[in-house]
Ligand binder design. Structure first.
Ligand SMILES: Nc1ncnc2c1ncn2[C@@H]1O[C@H](COP(=O)(O)OP(=O)(O)OP(=O)(O)O)[C@@H](O)[C@H]1O
Length: 291
């Protein structure tokens, strides 16, 4: 019997940047990410929270393989990331996709969304034109844009455009999607629709998700486990319910204090209303990894 897939394993990741100052004649460096180790299992959603500047996006970029760590390593289903730009890296890139906050910034305003999703697919796979069209259409239908493929980006709402960007990421059948503030720019009701769609697709495609967000209630809702970043370090990481109900660290308690204080019942009602009653509990990861 083959061994169970291992997902993502990050070990002691450090990313140092120059602070722009010189100390005793030497360039001074600070660590945006400072010794972070974590795992994400197949099918698991790991939420990452922390104040602005705590290193969440830098960590996400290293996990996605688009930023090279100063030290430490990421293995992706047992393979180390190859150097950025190498042929091996290009092969690995299709398995990990990133969805950022502003969809308008990452689409080509002159191309229809069908053309953009199709192009992502045909860049990585040699397909007969009709098969490329069929798979593109099926993916657009999966994100609720089945009738909108011919539209240009400016003919879509912000939420529809983010769906198109998600379709472009998922058409390659990635194993991991890093969502960096992926719903933060959207209206609350549209956020809930996109989150519900991600939850459905996560189950359908057995996706691993790294979900970086300032919005703790969304993170709580979508994540199996949550990590708290502060000044480049992972202060604590654990099961979502335990971390939110019983944080170990003072900093986490202060961060959680920013969530509107409502009772568990009110919270459930709010979640039911916004998310149709589904959440992290709806699907357990295939191979949960304990940190
Ligand atoms: N390319 C870079 N060069 C220099 N410093 C950088 C670079 N990228 C990020 N930083 C710095 O690293 C630190 C962490 O940044 P990062 O964007 O990872 O934080 P964040 O937690 O995602 O913040 P936010 O929630 O505001 O997006 C910040 O102090 C930032 O200014």
């Amino acid at each position: 019997m083959s061994e169970a897939p291992k997902g993502i394993v990050a070990t002691n990741l450090v990313r140092a940047y120059s602070s722009g100052r010189r100390l005793c004649g030497k360039a001074d460096a600070f660590r945006a990410v400072d010794g972070v180790s974590l795992t994400i299992a197949p099918g698991e959603t790991l939420g990452i929270v922390g104040e602005s500047g705590s290193g969440k996006s830098t960590l996400g970029r290293m996990i996605a393989g688009i930023e090279t760590p100063t030290s430490g390593a990421v293995t992706f289903w047992d393979e180390h990331y190859a150097g950025v730009g190498t042929p091996q890296w290009r092969r690995q890139r299709r398995h990990v996709q990133v969805v950022f906050q502003n969809p308008a910034a990452v689409v080509d305003p002159r191309w229809s969304i069908h053309a953009q999703v199709r192009e992502a697919l045909t860049t990585h796979e040699q397909l007969a034109p009709s098969e490329a069209d069929d798979r593109t259409q099926a993916m657009l239908a999966m994100v609720g844009l089945g009738t909108m493929g011919k539209r240009l980006p400016h003919q879509l709402s912000g939420g529809q455009l983010q769906r198109a960007v998600i379709a472009r990421a998922l058409v390659l059948n990635p194993r991991l999607v890093v969502c960096d503030e992926a719903v933060s720019a959207l209206d609350v009701s549209v956020q809930a629709q996109i989150i519900n769609m991600l939850l459905e697709l996560r189950e359908k495609l057995n996706l691993s998700l790294m979900f970086i967000s300032h919005d703790l209630s969304v993170v709580r809702h979508i994540s199996h486990r949550v990590g708290v970043m502060h000044a480049g370090k992972l202060l604590e990481i654990g099961d979502s319910t335990t971390l939110f109900d019983n944080p170990r660290h003072d900093y986490t308690r202060r961060l959680l204090a920013a969530i509107p204080a409502d009772s568990p019942r009110q919270r459930r009602q709010r979640d039911m209303k916004a998310f149709g009653g589904r959440g992290a509990a709806a699907a357990q990861p295939e191979h949960p990894v304990q940190s």
